[in-house]
Design a binder for this molecule. Structure first.
Ligand code: MSP
Length: 528
């Protein structure tokens, strides 16, 4: 396999003032599936996640907890590392913005922007929402209760007036529009791209990029009264992690990133400010930003004040890790908003996992165990070419390119639907091929059918590894597929008219006793 294709993917870095919830788990999960998929395709992958630890919001949370910000961030950033562990993410690096390497990189990009004439000193007078760590224009605000002003996100804004350095964002309107035009896939989904373009067409104001009224941030080089605006600091993490400002092998190997995966609320930062900062600093712009939608909980907006936050650890404990991973990417078209409900979760577990995939594996493997001496059956295909399961095998052979295309479009739900269409066909084909009847009338026919079905399952288990790594590993163990035969080169399509390829299962291989991988979820297991 060629080892020279690179893929650099990033999740947002999470504010440490919050406990991790389903929204955080979701963005990183989508990255994890992509990273695992690319690795199986033979790419050299760098997958970055981490925590965003500076800014007024974190400083306030630390004060409320009676701690100094550094102690506070040390403690709470661990929650996110633990989440990464419990969700089985395969990240290559976990960055914290309080690390030395990041302070160096942030000050370096600042100096570069300054050197290139894009930073000037002025005074900021305007509205700021601490919750969003964002500046808003008067025209964007609405009236809240008690005369309070609210940002479009619902966050309360406050009036800020202080000396500030500015980035000349207003100069970047045309270059950005040209960039979007030349790079049609830069912002996805398409509806988001249109939103960003009309925002930029509406005119850009220079952006305040330093603060003096609090201290928890990276000092502005040469003017320690100022700290850097948390978003300039935060966005820089993507280049820090690959070695900036050191234009080392690492930087040229990984940068520009292939994909920044983000939620819709932070698209503007990644599709407008970040490319402008990069262009200003003379650094190449990342290749793509994908903005996914937001989850609600049983139809209600998720919020700390309502107290309906979904704790990923809790749902993993209740429903199972791979079940949750599957559900989150299957239930809602990636890019749309979606609703988390127990009913929908249980229905996916029972119908898609237990009934469709689980049953397929269980039926086939227990028949092989009982009737083929617990060994991979010896096929001959002598005189039989028309069993329905052979058609399923052919469908399975054409799956990988379809799934790849969907993954490259971040259409995880469609990728899974493509696979499930064939899983359902496979179950139907078993009924039609009826190996239990062949057992008596044509034992060799039974062996041919069961071997073919094991091959079908092998394909599914390999292709589904990015989504459900543990469960697929269990299935592959039950098929006696060794660990070095689980990447996508092992599901190559045999050259016609052959049905099986060189990496297909080896007839006669001893098999372990089959064990159900996807149990049904019964209502009395429910959390409440
Ligand atoms: N620190 C910034 C990101 C800096 S990236 C250079 C930040 N952090 S965050 O912790 O507030 O949110 C991170 C991600 O969680 C965003 O992508 C956001 O969309 C996502 N979600 C937060 N709540 C969500 C839902 N209810 N549903 C889905 N995703 C949501 O923003």
């Amino acid at each position: 396999m060629s080892g020279n294709k690179q893929y650099y993917i990033t999740s947002p870095i999470y504010y440490v003032n919050d406990v991790p919830h389903i929204g955080h788990a979701y963005t990183t999960l989508a990255c994890d599936v992509t990273a695992r998929f690319k690795r199986l395709e033979g790419y050299d992958v760098h997958f970055l996640t981490g925590t965003d630890e500076h800014g007024q919001k974190v400083e306030k949370s630390a004060a409320a907890a009676g701690m100094n910000p550094q102690e506070f961030t040390n403690q709470v950033s661990k929650n996110f590392r633990d989440l990464a562990e419990s969700m089985n993410y395969s990240h290559d690096d976990f960055i914290r913005t309080t690390e030395e390497r990041h302070i160096i990189a942030s000050q370096a990009i600042w100096r570069k922007l300054q050197e290139n004439g894009h930073i000037y000193l002025g005074t900021y007078a305007g509205w700021y929402a601490v919750r969003d760590e964002a500046f808003y224009d008067e025209s964007e605000l609405s009236d809240g209760e008690g005369g309070r002003k609210l940002a479009p996100s619902g966050a309360e804004v406050e009036w800020v007036e202080e000396p500030s350095y500015f980035f000349d964002l207003s100069q970047w309107q045309e270059p950005l529009l040209k960039f979007y035009e030349k790079n049609l896939d830069f912002i996805a989904p398409k509806s988001r791209r249109n939103e960003v373009i009309s925002f930029v067409k509406g005119g850009l104001r220079d952006l305040s990029i330093s603060r003096t009224s609090f201290k928890w941030g990276i000092p502005v080089p040469g003017d320690p009264d100022h700290i850097m605006y948390v978003w300039l600091d935060a966005l820089t993490n993507y280049i820090t992690a690959v070695g900036y400002p050191n234009k080392s092998d690492s930087f040229s190997k990984w940068w520009p990133a292939n994909l920044h995966m983000v939620g819709k609320d932070i698209l503007r930062f990644h599709a407008v400010y970040w490319p402008a900062f990069l262009m200003g600093a003379g650094i190449k712009v990342h290749q793509k930003v994908f903005a996914h939608g937001w989850w609600t909980n049983e139809g209600q907006k998720i919020s700390k004040s309502i107290g309906n936050i979904i704790d990923p650890n809790e749902i993993v404990n209740t429903y199972g890790l791979d079940q949750v991973r599957y559900f989150l990417l299957r239930e809602v078209p990636f890019g749309n908003d979606g609703d988390f409900s127990k009913k929908a979760m249980i229905s996916r577990i029972n119908s898609d996992l237990a009934n469709d995939l689980g049953n397929l594996c269980q039926r086939v493997l227990s028949m092989v165990n009982k009737n083929c001496n617990s060994k991979v059956p010896k096929y001959t295909l002598a005189g039989v070419t028309d069993y329905p399961v052979f058609r399923t095998l052919q469908e399975v052979h054409s799956l990988l390119p379809k799934v790849r295309e969907k993954i490259n479009q971040q259409a995880f739900h469609d990728a899974l639907e493509e696979i499930w269409r064939v899983i359902r066909n496979a179950n139907q084909a078993i009924d039609e091929s009826a190996p239990w009847t062949l057992r008596k009338t044509n034992p060799q026919g039974m062996a041919d059918v069961l071997y073919t079905l094991m091959e079908v399952i092998r394909f599914f288990a390999i292709i589904l590894q990015p989504f459900m790594p543990d469960s697929c590993s269990k299935i592959l163990e039950q098929l006696s597929v060794s660990e070095d035969e689980r990447d996508f080169s092992s599901i190559e399509i045999p050259s016609k008219p052959k049905l099986f390829g060189t990496s297909s299962l080896k007839p006669g291989t001893k098999l372990p006793k089959p064990n159900g991988v996807f149990p049904r979820f019964s209502d009395d297991q429910s959390a409440d």
